[in-house]
Ligand binder design. Sequence first.
Ligand code: MN3
Length: 240
Amino acid sequence: MKHLFTILFFIATVPYLAVAQNNNNLSNNKNNINMKTINTLEFPELPYSTDALEPFIDKQTVEIHYGKHQKTYFDNFMAAVKGTDAENLTIPELFKNISKYPAAVKNNGGGFYNHVLYWESIKPNSGRPSAKLTEAINKSFGSLDELKKQFTDAGKNRFGSGWAWLCVDEKGNLFVFSTANQESPLMDVAEKHGTPILAMDVWEHAYYLKYQNKRVDYIEAFWQIINWEVVSQKYEALVK
Ligand code: MN3
């Protein structure tokens, strides 16, 4: 009898578990931007309202950053690839050979895609890294505090405009990295290669209205709103 209940419970639960997994699994989601060819891309919705990140990132900054900067990169990227073979590639495929394409493809393709990762990296109520990601952070950095220090330094020490990243290398190890302008660790031109799971924009347009020249204050605020749920999912999808 006890077994019968166990079996019935299992049968009743499986469909719900499957749905939950589909909704959460970014890597297998058919809406996953990494799986789409560039000619099928649409400008994505912001995952929250423009005031959702207050007081850490103000509404006006999000409006301009998303609606003007990222949208312009998207439009220019689409125009730059139109009629070329790049149209039929996915973004990760394109980035792997980005050095073969004109600068406009790199600058606007990176500008568009890096911001997709940026908006996914943050959210109004930050959680904590999953157990599996915590274990990996401890292995690679010793502690979450040490990761924060290295990530902060990467953003702070980037001269001019660029990005700080938490990446996973081909062996599944985590590392912190920074790129200039709109380059990405997915691009062949980067000094080090990996898949980004956390993206922080340190261009002045990301913080100047609220933080002016105080980039470190912006980085501290960014750290308070990291979407650890998504970062953990991305990590776990890459190492499974
Ligand atoms: Mn930006």
